[in-house]
Design a protein around this ligand. Structure first.
Ligand code: PLP
Length: 356
């Protein structure tokens, strides 16, 4: 398949936002990548064109039945002023996993990655140089049949948009307050928790809203069957530190397999540290926080990178870590990960890909 590149009128390019005061997902770059799928032609009409609105029938399938998947990754302006991506192949492989779950067509991951690299070469000026900032990349696939019969769409759009972002949580080192959610669930075994699909997020909004009303930043999701085993925190994976040992919930089909999660595990293994993926009972976790066995807790995800957690609220009682700020292991992992992403340190894993 060829990639068509539309020429943009130089005078019509947008004015860059102030890279020091970026708000997440507010501004978008001049161009986007797009391609179309039909049963007859498969993926076709791949192009880089100007960022523009779509026009759809009100009956468009995705608007009714949420046949949608997405990804989230970042481009970083590195110390050497080159621009790098972090494990992008993993994002496109995960996109294909999500596609299979949602009855959507898979993509040629090499083709899409190359199209993204081309898009980034054209949009370099949008990669911020401010501290902790990056260019957030949002690949999205939607079912676009203008038919409200409930069945998989026969036509799809895949597009990639780019948004310069600053640091996600502005916590100045202080840990987050998290509410252990015991009313709502995010995902269940056999459901769509493992897929990055819009419907998971729509159904989670009410829990975060209620938690925020009670003074918490986010919720910790428990498993949907026993309401007992730790799954994730908001849209992040979660880790607990017991002195020199780190634990995280084992992937079980309802947890989203985060690429940051895997990177944290890989880094800990590389350091020769003890890391265990296992089923974590919330009662034991809270006991271990209260008796001081758990020394740090943090969330991981592309948007936030690593965010320290200070307090867990459960059934009306707060359980606080003795260290209310970023702990030493949390800090060491954050530094190691961002040093690789921003090209400040060697990448012994081969995770980073320069755009040129
Ligand atoms: C995207 C996401 C994550 C984090 O995945 P990364 O690949 O590390 O960004 C974790 N949980 C949920 C629910 C997510 O949507």
């Amino acid at each position: 398949m060829d990639l068509y590149i539309e020429q943009l009128d130089k005078d019509k390019l947008k004015i860059l936002p102030d890279f020091n005061t970026l708000e997440f997902g507010k501004s978008y770059s001049d161009r986007m990548f797009m391609m179309t799928y039909s049963n007859e032609k498969k993926w076709h009409d791949a192009k880089i064109c100007s960022y523009k609105n779509f026009e759809f029938s009100p009956a468009t399938l995705v608007l009714h039945y949420a046949q949608e998947i997405f990804e989230g990754l970042k481009a970083y302006r590195r110390e050497d002023n080159n621009i790098g991506l972090f494990r992008p192949q993993d994002n496109f492989n995960r996109l294909n996993n999500s596609a299979r779950r949602m009855c959507m067509p898979e993509v040629d991951t090499n083709f899409v990655l190359n199209a993204l690299l081309e898009l980034l070469r054209l949009e370099q000026r949008w990669v911020p140089d401010s501290n902790g900032a990056s260019l957030y990349i949002r690949p999205t696939m939607i079912g676009v049949d203008p038919i409200i019969g409930l069945k998989p769409s026969q036509t799809y759009l895949l597009y990639i948009i780019l948004s310069p972002v600053g640091a996600y949580f502005k916590t100045d080192g202080a840990g987050l307050k998290i509410l252990v959610e015991d009313t709502y669930v995010r995902a269940v075994a056999g459901g769509t928790g493992e897929a990055k699909t819009g419907c998971n997020y729509a159904s989670s909004l009410i829990a975060s809203r209620e938690a925020q009303k009670k003074g918490y930043t986010q919720v910790l999701w428990l498993d949907g069957v026993h309401r007992r085993y730790v799954e994730e925190i908001g849209t992040n994976n979660v880790f607990f530190v017991y002195g020199n040992k780190v634990v995280t919930p084992k992937l079980n089909g309802s947890i989203l397999p985060g690429i940051t999660r895997q990177s944290v595990i890989d880094i800990l293994i590389h350091w020769g540290m003890d890391i265990e993926e296992k089923q974590l009972d919330i009662n034991q976790i809270l006991k271990d926080i209260d008796n001081g066995a758990i020394t740090e807790a943090f969330g991981s995800g592309t948007a936030v990178v690593i965010s320290p957690i200070a307090t867990f609220g459960y059934k009306g009682k707060d359980h606080s870590l003795s260290n209310q700020n970023t702990g030493p292991i949390t800090d060491k992992i954050f530094t190691a990960l961002t040093d690789i992403q921003y090209g400040r340190a060697k990448d012994p894993f081969g995770w980073t890909i320069p755009i040129s």
